[in-house]
Unconditional design. Structure first.
Length: 543
């Protein structure tokens, strides 16, 4: 590790400068780590540096008592170089109009490389007089190799990438990013929880320009007349912007919920005990056999994460239709019809989720996915289930009782007698254990049907979470309506109870994935696809 760190310092002299200054101030030296383990959150004090892609590093330091700090370490730009940077950027924008139109980030990067080569000349040493005074209009800018690296980083960071937030958005350990006015940006770190960063906007004008630019890039421009914007960044992260200062008192604010480039798998969630292997196996049987499953819970309870994790349980050869206003679902299927709402433009050109779902009913999908049900589109989802098309969705409800109340009340207004078109509801929550936020599946409920005698919808909790022991308890053994009366019947079992043997087999397969560390989303998807094609013989391990 020491030799590797020496090479890292050689490539990134700014990191060496930062460490020297930190040592002079604190008389301490952070530990360099390639990746972070979850045990880091258990330590009383933390002082580590990890890379998120050259030339950016993250320094985590502090303690449970005093709180943790999140410092971004990136190349530093002196005043003279800052003036040169401004001239470079101005020239880039002036000359870019003559370049070929780009359609991808790779092509844009090539254009920037060409423009930088035209605008900047690399010299062996910095010219003594102030750089900015040396130039006349259209003359080249002369900088040293080290200066050029810094200029290139900031030009690409601010034009091609995500500007001041680029270091944070690169970090795979971040869940949420919170910017409230020009104070320091705060974020939720997956291991240490809420931390304050050393990133902040210098003034309201810069923050205003940044939030406006982000909304424009998403195709959902923020304005005084449309101050609240929901959308997704190019990497799939969800963002909420509140733009107008008469609405957001402290200036423009935004919250970003980061999503991994590759979704988490059901095996990973099982390894973390978010769901048990048996719960995952149960959902596997449900989705492979065309059951409608909703993932419910409160905000930030892990609904979308779980939804994405269980998509591979749907047979690989099925057609998937998804309808969303913010693109978040990522089914791995080859035939996936992905549709998004259109919220802007003339009234007659707008397309909402309700309209997309109606179109979905005519496209003959095997599964319909609604990213999140909020309103009248919920009624169409139930109509789809009535026609025999299974539906998956997320929904804000903390319990099965609340879920039924919301679906049967306005504005969704599903007839209570139709609620049994939904087969299974999974309830997620974020809970604190030992001061740390964790996600858990609180229960899995089967929807049995409407009982006129009881005057309501009958449900059965087949799984419940015990918060004391942190265990997921299966209450549905020899008592599951969905397994016995829906899935076993559909699969043609002579003895319906044999379905529990199949549940045990699939539980063991999930456990084996965790034991052998074959838990990445792609790996799990490949294993499930092989099992769907060849059965146990297609598995890469014995069960």
């Amino acid at each position: 590790m020491a030799a590797k760190f020496s090479k890292v310092l050689e490539r990134n002299p700014h990191l060496n400068v930062y460490l020297q200054r930190y040592a002079q101030t604190t008389n301490q030296s952070p530990k360099f780590m390639d990746t972070l383990g979850r045990d880091l959150g258990k330590e009383a004090t933390v002082d580590v540096i990890y890379p998120v892609g050259d030339p950016i590093f993250i320094h985590l330091h502090g303690s449970k008592d005093t709180g943790h700090k999140y410092d971004v370490v990136q190349p530093m730009m002196e005043d003279d170089l800052g003036k040169a940077y401004e001239k470079v950027v101005n020239n880039v924008f002036l000359k870019s109009g003559k370049e070929k139109i780009h359609s991808t980030d790779e092509e844009f990067n090539e254009v920037l490389d060409k423009l930088l080569n035209d605008i900047v000349e690399v010299t062996e040493r910095r010219i003594p007089s102030k750089i900015v005074q040396l130039f006349k209009p259209n003359s080249k800018i002369y900088v040293t190799p080290d200066d050029y690296s810094i200029l290139e980083y900031y030009v690409k960071r601010n034009i091609l990438q995500n500007g001041i937030l680029e270091p944070i958005l690169r970090d795979p350990y971040i869940e949420d990013i919170h910017c409230v006015g020009v104070r320091e940006v705060n974020l939720y770190h997956k291991i240490l929880g809420m931390v304050e960063t050393n990133i902040k906007f210098s003034n309201i004008s810069d923050l205003d320009k940044y939030t406006k630019g982000m909304s424009d890039r998403m195709g959902r421009p923020a304005s005084i007349s449309r101050p609240i914007i929901d959308g997704a960044l190019p990497d799939g992260s969800r963002i909420n912007i509140i733009y107008a200062d008469d609405v957001s008192v402290n200036g423009p604010t935004f919250t970003i919920r980061k999503f991994s480039a590759e979704p988490l798998s059901a095996a990973q969630l099982s390894g973390w005990n978010t769901v048990s292997a048996q719960e995952a196996a149960y959902l596997w049987l449900c989705l492979e056999n065309g059951m409608s499953v909703f993932v419910c819970g409160e905000t930030a309870s892990g609904k979308t994460t779980l939804l994405n994790a269980i998509f591979p349980f749907i047979r690989y050869d099925q057609k998937i239709f998804s309808a969303e206003d913010t693109l978040e679902v990522q089914p791995p299927h080859a035939v996936w019809q992905q549709l998004s709402t259109r919220e802007f433009g003339p009234e007659e050109s707008k397309v909402d989720t309700f309209a997309l779902l109606r179109a979905g009913l005519r496209s003959r999908p095997n599964y319909i996915i609604v990213g999140e049900i909020r309103g009248k589109e919920g009624n169409v989802a139930f109509q789809a289930m009535q026609t025999g098309i299974p539906v998956m969705a997320t929904f804000h409800a903390a319990s099965v009782k609340r879920m039924i109340q919301r679906f049967t009340g306005a504005p969704i207004s599903v007839p209570i007698t139709s609620m049994d078109n939904l087969n299974v509801a999974v309830f997620q929550a974020g809970v604190y254990r030992n001061g740390k936020l964790i996600r858990r599946t609180l229960s899995i409920e089967e929807i049995l049907g409407y009982s006129e005698a009881m005057g309501g919808v009958m449900t059965r909790a087949v799984f419940v979470w015990n918060p004391v022991s942190d265990q997921h308890i299966f209450r549905g053994m020899n008592n599951s309506f969905i397994l016995e009366e829906r899935i076993a019947v559909k699969r043609g079992y002579k003895d319906k109870r044999d379905i529990y043997k199949e549940l045990a087999l699939r539980t063991r397969i999930i456990e084996k994935m965790v034991e052998t560390n074959m838990t990445s989303y792609k790996t799990v998807n490949d294993i499930l696809k092989a099992f769907q094609k060849e059965g146990v013989a297609g598995l890469p391990f014995t069960v």
